[in-house]
Design a protein around this ligand. Structure first.
Ligand SMILES: Cc1cc2nc3c(=O)[nH]c(=O)nc-3n(C[C@H](O)[C@H](O)[C@H](O)COP(=O)(O)OP(=O)(O)OC[C@H]3O[C@@H](n4cnc5c(N)ncnc54)[C@H](O)[C@@H]3O)c2cc1C
Length: 413
């Protein structure tokens, strides 16, 4: 047997650095002292919690610089840590604060250097007057099937402008944001390969309006609405990546040179663990609440945790949450260090974390019994909030589709 070579690189470690631990404690402090106490009120009001967004902006948690510093961590773990802690406080308020990260990721991933410099700071506004941003891909007839997008972007050579028409559905921050990133079809015949992303300032542009606001099961502090584009005219340079690059890409696709966008797939894989981390925050909140409750609540003359049925459920909840976190951290690390997602590890992390969040929050209701089913206790809200994580940013079925295609190399349907 060959002798084992001494390690030449630092050994494998899952220990967080002092900086990561400090940051986690800072976000947790905000989540515990500001977000959690306000969660019930904003869930009932079903309104955007602007005062809390303002507080997050004042301390730098919600800012361009804040997000850039989280992203700077080369291990990739800071972004999921921040998301887990904030969403532990409350997912509705968490999304009201960090929903802007999705359009920011699109601008960062697809924009030119100039576009990144101009538009990303605008997504956040200022500490005194924070703003939010929206990402508009989904439509009434294009949810899981993004290739069915009907919103069109036509180039008007005479005015050197894009003209957008269509209806977007389900947009987080849709209509209340200034910056809207809108996915539209430039060439319907090319399906998803004929799409492009456009950046639109609602304040400066005519023809972009909020449609109906959606009343939801959970995440009720996060605004969700339709967005209507009616002859919405924007300057030529507001297509992400630039018009020249878009024209070149479309020409290549028309010549049949590029079958699918690997870059877009890799971007999705890199952003999915962040969404998984949000689900983890909710699952952990429910687990911790149920653990404390099970130690306090007595029936038959002893704490209910004294029964294996309850204790083992809590043991399973903790195990599943920790397992999901490892998948989330692995995928975040892969994304940040440029590893190739050959087995769709980003999708795996989002699938697992979303399913665990739904299961664990449902178990928490069971452990609280009748109290768990009332609005006097937070676990029913945790459960309502968790459910979205098997639906948005790709449903659980779509994650399984992506994973099964990646592991088989076949076009599973
Ligand atoms: C609160 C909320 C916020 C959202 N925020 C945004 C946002 O900011 N921006 C945005 O663009 N969108 C957003 N969405 C939209 C979200 O991404 C879509 O709801 C999601 O992609 C699913 O699309 P759909 O609702 O049309 O469901 P459908 O695509 O109609 O799916 C219905 C069911 O069919 C299943 N299904 C579909 N196709 C297949 C298949 N091939 N194989 C197996 N099963 C399949 C699905 O998994 C699902 O169970 C949001 C949605 C919600 C509810």
């Amino acid at each position: 047997m060959a002798a084992i070579e001494p390690a030449t690189k630092p050994g494998f470690s899952l220990e967080l650095t002092d900086d990561q631990r400090d940051l986690r404690a800072w976000v947790h402090g905000f989540a515990e002292s500001v977000v959690r106490p306000a969660a019930h009120e904003w869930d009932e009001r079903e309104e955007t919690p602007w005062p809390i967004i303002q507080e997050a902006a004042k301390i730098g948690l919600y800012s361009y610089e804040g997000l850039a510093s989280f992203f700077a961590d080369e291990s990739g773990l800071t972004i999921p840590i921040v998301n887990e802690e904030l969403f532990w406080g409350d997912a509705g308020i968490g999304l009201a604060i960090l929903g802007t990260a999705l359009p920011v990721a699109a601008i960062f991933g697809q924009g030119t250097g100039e576009q990144i410099g101009e538009w990303i700071p605008r997504c956040f506004g200022t500490a005194d007057e924070p703003k939010v941003a929206a990402f508009c891909a989904s439509e009434p007839d294009a949810g899981s099937d993004v290739s069915a997008i009907r919103t069109t972007a036509r180039f008007d050579e005479k005015t050197n402008e894009w003209v957008l028409n269509g209806q977007k559905a389900w947009a987080t921050n849709g209509g209340i944001a200034d910056v809207h990133v809108v996915i539209a079809s430039v060439d319907r015949e090319l399906g998803a390969r004929g799409h492009a992303a456009f950046v639109i300032s609602k304040e400066e542009t005519k023809g972009i309006e909020q449609g109906a606001k959606v009343r939801k099961h959970g995440l009720r502090a996060s605004h969700t609405a339709d967005v209507h584009l009616d002859d919405c005219r924007i300057p030529a340079e507001q297509v992400l990546g630039g018009k020249e690059k878009l024209d070149e890409r479309l020409a290549r696709v028309r010549e049949g040179k590029r079958a699918r966008s690997q870059a877009a797939l890799q971007t999705f894989e890199a952003t999915r663990p962040t969404v998984g981390a949000q689900a983890l925050g909710i699952a952990r909140a429910a687990y911790e609440y149920a653990l404390d409750y099970a130690k306090e609540r007595t029936q038959f003359g002893r704490p209910i945790i004294d029964n294996q049925a309850i204790a083992f459920t809590l043991a399973d909840m903790k195990t599943e949450i920790d397992a999901a976190r490892l998948l989330v951290w692995r995928a975040s690390w892969m994304g940040r260090t440029g590893k190739s997602f050959e087995n769709a590890e980003g999708s795996m992390s989002k699938l697992k974390a979303g399913e665990v969040a739904v299961w664990a929050t449902e178990r928490a209701i069971q452990i609280l019994g009748g109290n768990g089913y009332t609005r006097e206790f937070p676990v029913e809200r945790f459960h309502r909030d968790a459910k979205i994580y098997t639906i948005f940013e790709g449903t659980s079925e779509i994650q399984r589709l992506v994973i099964s295609r990646a592991i088989s190399g076949m076009h599973i349907r």
